[in-house]
Design a protein around this ligand. Structure first.
Ligand code: GLU
Length: 406
């Protein structure tokens, strides 16, 4: 079985031998391993194989009923046509208000572009601001798509490795040293996918200071900002002060907080010229996000946040169980994550590469995890606990058996 299929592109050659040369940019990027392994686990399940999947970061909850109802009403009212590429004005306004209320970030509706998930917000941004020769600083472990998006935009990702000993956080000094005259952006993701680490407010302030001092821009990917545990606080880097605010672009979305992964609603918040440029690109690629989905998103922000609290307490219970299990297994070393819904244990002591580990675990024990190599670090694996407790219990037993078999 294996995961080899996620490693390489296949050239297209037709039955009569006709072939199409693919663009060089495709050769430079790898397929999304998170999506590929998730699809593989789902296909195995569809074939009747009892897989415990900890692959994609996708909440297993249904979207809250009031959000679904708002979209259904919009559908019944005929909100089924093209809309403005940058999003429904009412949603852009609701997002601006949320950023003010929750994040102390002062934006108006013209600072917001509604996008097809957080992914397209970042992709549009990269296309809008990057050119060949530009560098983007990306701390590793990173979310799988950051470097690939940078490359697709023709620019160069500058990967800065972090360490388990430093909780996988980039230090201000590491950031300062990575800056060159070509640096354009720094991608800052807290809470982090894949590590679940959350930068403390003091750490955020120290990072902000370097960004301002070095006169670069920061892309703050804050999609997990509401998924926090143990009383930790999320500080938006753009809220540290007026100088950093001017150099900040926020990327976020509804998928993780409101169990809306399939709705595809994210957003970009930035100075208006950047938003206009990103919307121009969107206008030539996907056009607007599904119109009636956007009405569901408005309901998500404008109503009670109790649904978020409920999901969060379920995540907290799963986290406790999985963390306790992982920390008691031989060969693993798992730091305590305080955000998102991922564990990122080191498998260094097993002597296996992350791909070998993930392949063997899936093939012989039917447990799907993402190899750390997808995130730029080869001696860790990522497990998502955005799945039910029963699956976690069974999956942990299987993982333990696998580790004892090594
Ligand atoms: N962001 C989620 C993850 O990391 C979903 C998959 C993806 O878009 O890469 O698992």
């Amino acid at each position: 079985m294996g995961l080899g299929y996620v490693r390489a592109e296949q050239a297209h050659v037709g039955a009569t031998g006709v072939s199409m040369k693919l663009a060089a940019r495709v050769e430079q990027v790898s397929p999304s391993m998170t999506l590929a392994i998730d699809a593989k686990a789902k296909a195995m399940k569809a074939d009747g194989i009892d897989v415990c999947s900890f692959s994609a970061g996708e909440p297993d909850f249904d979207t809250p009923a009031h959000i679904v109802a708002a979209a259904q009403t919009a559908l019944a009212e005929g909100k089924t046509r093209y809309g403005p590429a940058a999003g429904e004005p009412k949603l852009r306004e609701a997002i601006a208000q949320k950023l003010q209320r929750d994040n102390s970030l002062c934006y108006g509706a013209d600072n917001i572009a509604v996008t097809n998930g957080g992914k397209q917000s970042l992709f549009n941004l990269m296309l809008a601001v990057l050119e060949p020769g530009d560098e983007v600083i990306v701390p590793a472990p990173y979310w799988v798509s950051y470097p690939e998006m940078v490359k697709l935009a023709g620019a160069t990702p500058v990967i800065v490795p972090t360490t388990l000993e430093n909780q996988f956080k980039i230090t201000p000094e590491q950031l300062r040293q990575a800056v060159t005259p070509h640096t354009k952006l720094f991608i800052f993701n807290s809470p982090s996918n894949p590590t679940g680490m959350v930068y403390t407010p003091d750490e955020v302030r120290a990072i902000a200071q370097v960004i301002v001092e070095q006169n670069i821009w920061v892309v703050a990917d804050e999609i997990y900002e509401k998924i926090l545990y143990g009383g930790v606080e999320h500080l938006s880097v753009g809220a540290v002060g007026p100088e950093i605010y001017e150099r900040t672009i926020v990327s976020s979305g509804f998928a993780k907080t409101y169990a809306m992964t399939g709705w595809r609603i994210g957003f970009l918040a930035a100075p208006a010229p950047i938003i206009k440029a990103a919307a121009k690109i969107q206008g030539h690629s996907t056009s607007n996000v599904c119109t009636f989905s956007q009405y569901g998103a408005i309901a998500a922000y404008e109503n009670s946040q109790d649904c978020v609290t409920t999901m969060l307490s379920a995540f907290a219970e799963r986290r406790r169980f999985m963390l306790h299990s992982l920390q008691s297994m031989p060969g693993l070393s798992c730091p305590t994550p305080n955000g998102a819904f991922y564990m990122f244990p080191s498998i260094r002591d097993t002597g296996l590469s992350s791909l070998e580990f993930a392949e063997r675990l899936l093939d012989y024990y039917q447990v799907a995890v993402i190899p750390g190599i997808a995130f730029g670090i080869n001696d860790c694996i990522r497990l998502s606990y955005a799945t039910d407790l029963e699956t976690i219990k069974v999956g942990m037993e299987r993982l333990s058996k696998f580790l004892h078999s090594l």
